[in-house]
Design a protein around this ligand. Structure first.
Ligand code: URA
Length: 209
C-alpha cells in the first residue's frame, strides 16, 4: 500500500514559498533548498530504530540509546537531486551517497541510464532517493527500479514538489516505497512542468537559465 506524506511543518511551507518565488536569486534558492532538505531529512528519518547502549558521562555510567540497524544511503538523481543532497548531509554527515543519471530517449521517451555509482554495500542500507520534482514520475520510477535491482529492499523517495501524475506513476510501480513531498501541486503542463511549481529545479539551483 503506497503512502504519500506531505511534510507540512510551517517552516517548510514558508521556505517552499521562497523557492517557488521567481524573484528568489540563485544563491538564495540554493541556501533555502539546503535548509528545506535538512528539515525533510529530519522528518523522513523519524522512524530510525534505536538500540540501548551503555556509556560513561564525565560523572557516571548511564544506559542510553543510539542508532541501530541499517545505516543510510542517500541517492541523488542527477542533476537536480544534488541540490537536495547537501542539506541532507548537513543532518546526516556519515550517510553514504549514490548517484544515478538518467536521460529521456527522444524516440521512446523512456528514461535511459547514463551514470550509476552506488556504495558496494547499498543492499544493507536504508536508501533515501532524492529528486526535487516528481513530475511524470518516470525518472524516479526507473531510478527506484535500478536500486531494487542493486539489492535495495528499504527505500524512501523525497521530493520538494510532486504532481498528481507523478505520484500515480511512481506509486503504481513502487507501492512499497513511501513518498515524502513538500506539496502536491495542481498538474503537469504540456511541457512536463509542474504547475504552479517552481520552474526547472536544475536551472534554479545552478543558474543555467
Ligand atoms: N522538472 C523540473 O525541474 N521542474 C518541473 O516542473 C518538472 C520537472
Amino acid at each position: 500500500m503506497a503512502t504519500i506524506t506531505v511534510l507540512d511543518h510551517p517552516l517548510l511551507r514558508h521556505k517552499l514559498t521562497l523557492l517557488r518565488d521567481k524573484t528568489t536569486s540563485t544563491a538564495q534558492f540554493r541556501q533555502v533548498a539546503r535548509e528545506v532538505s535538512l528539515l525533510m531529512a529530519y522528518e523522513v528519518t523519524r522512524d530510525l530504530k534505536l538500540e540501548p547502549i551503555e556509556i560513561e558521562t564525565p560523572l557516571e555510567a548511564m544506559h542510553t540509546e543510539h542508532l541501530a540497524g541499517k545505516k543510510l544511503c542517500i541517492v541523488s538523481i542527477l542533476r537536480a537531486g544534488n541540490g537536495i543532497l547537501e542539506g541532507m548531509l548537513d543532518l546526516v554527515p556519515s550517510a553514504r551517497v549514490g548517484h544515478i543519471g538518467l536521460y529521456r530517449d527522444p524516440a521512446t521517451l523512456l528514461p535511459v541510464e547514463y551514470y550509476l555509482k552506488l556504495p558496494t554495500d547499498i543492499a544493507d542500507r536504508l536508501v533515501i532517493l532524492v529528486d526535487p520534482m516528481l513530475a511524470t514520475g518516470h525518472s524516479a520510477s526507473a531510478a527506484a527500479a535500478r536500486l531494487k535491482q542493486a539489492g535495495v529492499t528499504l527505500m524512501k523517495f523525497v521530493c520538494l514538489l510532486a504532481a498528481p501524475e507523478g505520484i500515480a506513476t511512481f506509486t503504481s510501480e513502487h507501492p512499497d516505497v513511501p513518498v515524502f513531498t513538500g506539496a502536491v501541486d495542481r498538474e503537469l503542463d504540456s511541457h512536463g512542468y509542474i504547475r504552479p511549481g517552481l520552474g526547472d529545479a536544475g536551472d534554479r539551483f545552478y543558474g543555467t537559465r
